[in-house]
Every structure is written in C-alpha cells, then in structure tokens.
Design a protein around this ligand. Structure first.
Ligand SMILES: Cc1cc2nc3c(=O)[nH]c(=O)nc-3n(C[C@H](O)[C@H](O)[C@H](O)COP(=O)(O)OP(=O)(O)OC[C@H]3O[C@@H](n4cnc5c(N)ncnc54)[C@H](O)[C@@H]3O)c2cc1C
Length: 455
C-alpha cells in the first residue's frame, strides 16, 4: 500500500460515479486512492446490480424530451442546468467510456407498453464496473477495500483529507481533493425512518448493494456546511414480488388486472398510464397499504399480453386457483370482500377493444378508483395473483453540487477541495425519470474526477 499525500485524490465509493471519477483523476496525472467499505467482491454498490438502462435515444443522443422530463417529473425543482450539462457532456463522456471498452445496445426493457428510449451497456452496471476498474488499475489507482470513510478533515477552509476506519483502526488519508461517490442513505434504516417517515421496515432493498449505502458521505459533507439537495423524504421505488428474494424481482404488469390490498380493496387506478410512467407511484402506493403489501390479481385473459414475461422479473410462479374463493384462501385475503371487489369491478368495465401495447382507453364507468386503460373483466379461470411490495432503490435526498460537480454550501459557494457525484447528490423530486441515475453518475463522476485531478 503506497503512502497517500496531499497530492492524492481520495474517491469515496467504487460504483459507476466513483470509478468514473477515479479513472478521470488518474488520467489527469493525479495519485488516486479509492476507498470502499465493501470487500473487493461486493464493492460497486447499486451499480453492481443494475441493468443500467440509460435514458438515451442513441449513444450520443439524449432525445428531445430529456431536459423537459427532468424538469417536469420533479415539478420544476430539478434545475435545467443539470439536464443541459448532462446532454452537453454526453458525446465526449460516451466517447471516453467506450474508449475504456464499454459498449451500448438497445435491448428490450421490462416496460412492455412504453415507448420512451432506453439504451443499455453490454453486461449492465457490472459490465461498466469491469471496464472502469481495469482502466483504473492500469492507471495505478490504489484501491482500499473494507475501508469506510467516516468524516472529512478541514484545514484553512478546504477539505484536506478523509478519516477512514479499516481492519487496522481509524486513520486519516490526506488529500488535495476528495470526491464523494458513496451513494444515498437507502441502506440505513434509522436515517430512512427519520427522513421518509412511514414504516420503512416493510421496504424491500432492491438488491444486495443497498445495505452498503448508509449515507456517511452525505452526512460528513453536511457536517462541514454543505447544502442539502433533492427531496429528502422520498426515494426511487419499484414494485417487486416479496416472495422471490432475487434482486429486482419486478412485477411490471400491474395494468393487466387489478391491485388489491390485504382487505381485498382496490386502492388506485392500475391503468392510469404506461408502466414506465406509473410504476414508481404504484410501488409507493403499495407501500402505503396495510403491511406495505398488495396483490396483483388477473385471470386467463392475461395470456393475451403476449410479452408479459418480459415485465415479470420475479422468479416465483403466480398463485393460481380455479375460483376466487380458492385464490383468496391461498393469499389469506377475506374471500367475501375479494368476490365483492371483483364483481363491482367487472360490472363497471366498458366494452371495447383491448390493446396491451398502448393506452387503449378501455376503461371502467362509475367506479372508484377508476381504471383508465386495459380494463378487462376478471372472470375467466384460472385466476392468478402475484404479491407485490415496494422496493427501495435509492434515496432522493443528497448534496447540492454545481455544474463543475463541486459541493456547495448554504450560500451556493463551492467548498474548496470537495466534489460529489452519483446518488449522493440530490436532484430528484416527486418522480424519478428512469434511466438517469447511472448516466449522471458517469457524466458527473468524470467531471468531478477531472477537476479533482487537476488540483
Ligand atoms: C437493481 C437495480 C436496478 C437499477 N436500474 C437502474 C437503471 O436501469 N438505470 C439507472 O440509471 N439506474 C438504475 N438503478 C440505480 C443506479 O444503479 C444507481 O443509482 C447508481 O448505479 C448509483 O451509482 P453510485 O456510483 O452513485 O453509487 P453506488 O453504485 O451505489 O456505489 C456506492 C459505493 O460506495 C460505497 N460506500 C458507501 N458508503 C461508504 C463509505 N462510508 N465509505 C466507503 N465506501 C462507501 C459502497 O460500498 C458502494 O461501492 C438501479 C439500481 C439497482 C440496485
């Protein structure tokens, strides 16, 4: 292990944001130390487990709606400069990462009725990590695993190092610049409970990377005066099958049946928009139900949705029954209530053509809550059901940064020697614009690393 000095750039975290920063800083000639709390096999946080869909038309093309989506999904709170900087830096960033071996393709997604663009790296997030780690090692970046960053050292108004704990104890790594890339606080149930409210014990970690992100990076910057960004009481949510135990056991087919809670009551419009537009809100509304659980109930007509398997990433088979009473018994739902809910629903379904590929306007009449699209009666055995719970992917609250990835204080003044990128920076509000988290980690990780490396 080489000795770190004041010319060292310390990067906290080795997901896509941290590795993009580390490689970029090393390319500027800096000596770079990456610390990660995980061991070498587990390091990579959420990046290790993600499919890493990118909200791009093509490798160098974000598409016309990119900046507008970021603004509109956040209710106007994500500033335009953020999206515009991302789009502006996209071509050179993609050129750079492809130069390190990454390749991108258009693969079909689990959003089976959506037409928003998505591009994917070959090998998903892990594929990106493999290429970036190899580049970092070639450039002489030093990796210290099982090393947890605890706090920042400050001297003469700038960040001068990082206090870490490892198997040998606690010590300081002096640094000319520090890049925080340690993810959100989704892995700390206590902080989650405080910031989100609600029963966080019923949230399911989307993947084994989640518990590593406990928010120390965010906390240590706030301790020295950094400003909060993003919506602290919200998070990126996905609907999953709680029986599966697999990472990202998605149930993205909820518009093709009804969703009921433990009392066998419907509680939302399952067909209010495409899956891409509605899956996050649906997952959050499931979380708000008793026990944080719901049941997607459908019938034989589900077979008409010919691409349904693409929207079902759960490894568990559906609960199947010949009649609704048996289904209720298998799911431990009140049978009379389930029958009444289904009957009321069926009676309100308006006849018309069904097309699972697009919002088809096949709706209910006089029902609360209504179903706006894809309303087919649930009346043909076998009846099928999947339990659905809310998975937490990452938290929205984090650090505020500027276009140069510098962490800013309450006066919007950059804190000298401190940069941040990826999940630990707070920009999202309300609804997550899917396919932007990995992308921003790469783009702003690179911005942070280059600046930190130049000193
Ligand atoms: C299953 C799944 C699917 C997803 N799908 C998509 C998708 O399709 N598209 C998309 O854009 N996003 C997606 N996301 C989200 C996206 O993958 C992440 O938000 C993004 O990869 C985060 O990158 P990061 O580098 O900021 O953090 P991470 O990749 O989480 O890395 C953080 C690293 O910091 C380390 N660390 C944490 N605290 C400390 C500490 N105190 N000291 C030292 N090290 C520390 C962790 O061990 C970890 O290695 C998905 C996530 C998951 C899990």
């Amino acid at each position: 292990m080489s000795a770190a000095s004041l010319d060292t750039v310390v990067v906290i975290g080795s997901g896509v944001a941290g590795l993009s920063a580390a490689v970029s800083a090393a390319e500027e000639g800096a000596h770079v130390v990456v610390v990660d709390r995980a061991g070498s096999l587990d390091a990579g946080g959420n990046s290790k487990w993600t499919s890493a869909y990118l909200r791009l038309e093509d490798v160098y093309e974000a598409g016309e709606s990119f900046v507008d989506d970021l603004r509109e999904f956040s209710g106007g709170r994500t500033p335009d400069w953020y999206g515009k900087t991302l789009v502006e830096l996209l071509p050179e960033t993609m050129e750079w990462i492809q130069g390190h071996g990454a390749r991108f393709r258009k693969f079909p997604t689990y959003f089976i009725n959506s037409n928003r663009p998505r591009l994917q790296p070959v090998g998903g997030g892990e594929g990106l990590l493999i290429h970036l780690r190899a580049a970092a090692e070639k450039l002489g970046v030093e990796f210290r695993y099982e090393t947890t960053a605890e706090r920042l050292e400050v001297g003469n108004g700038r960040v001068t190092g990082v206090v870490v704990s490892d198997t040998e104890g606690t010590h300081t790594i002096p640094a000319s610049a520090t890049v925080i890339a340690s993810g959100g606080f989704e892995g700390d149930e206590t902080v989650l409970g405080k910031e989100l409210g609600g029963d966080v014990s019923t949230l399911i970690p989307i993947a084994p990377g989640v518990p590593f992100n406990k928010g120390e990076g965010i906390r240590m910057a706030l301790e020295i005066g950094a400003k909060r960004g993003g919506q602290w009481d919200s998070f990126h949510a996905e609907p999953v099958d709680p029986r599966s135990g697999q990472p990202e056991a998605l149930v993205m087919v909820f518009p093709y049946g009804i969703l009921v809670n433990k009392h066998a009551e419907r509680f939302l419009d399952e067909g209010r928009g495409t899956v891409d537009e509605t899956y996050e809100r649906t997952a959050r509304e499931v979380w708000a139900q008793p026990g944080g659980t719901a049941y997607f109930v459908t019938d034989r007509k589900f077979e008409q949705v010919t691409d349904r398997e693409r929207g079902l990433l759960t490894s568990a088979k559906p609960v199947s029954a010949g009649n609704l009473d048996e289904l209720a018994a298998a799911l431990d739902l009140p049978a009379e209530k389930l029958a009444a809910t289904v009957t009321t629903f069926n009676e309100s379904v308006v006849d018309g053509p069904f097309d699972w590929r697009v919002p088809d306007g096949k709706h209910t009449d006089g029902l609360t809550p209504p179903k706006t699209n894809w309303a087919l009666r649930v009346d043909e055995p076998p009846f099928l059901a999947y339990p659905v719970a809310c998975a937490i992917v990452f938290t929205f609250g984090g650090l505020e940064t500027d276009a140069a990835a510098r962490v800013v204080d309450e006066q919007d003044t950059p804190i000298p020697g401190l940069y941040a990128a990826g999940e630990c920076t707070g920009i999202y509000h309300d609804k997550y614009p899917g396919g932007t988290s990995v992308l921003r980690g790469i783009v702003f990780g690179r911005v942070a690393g280059r600046a930190a490396g130049r000193g």
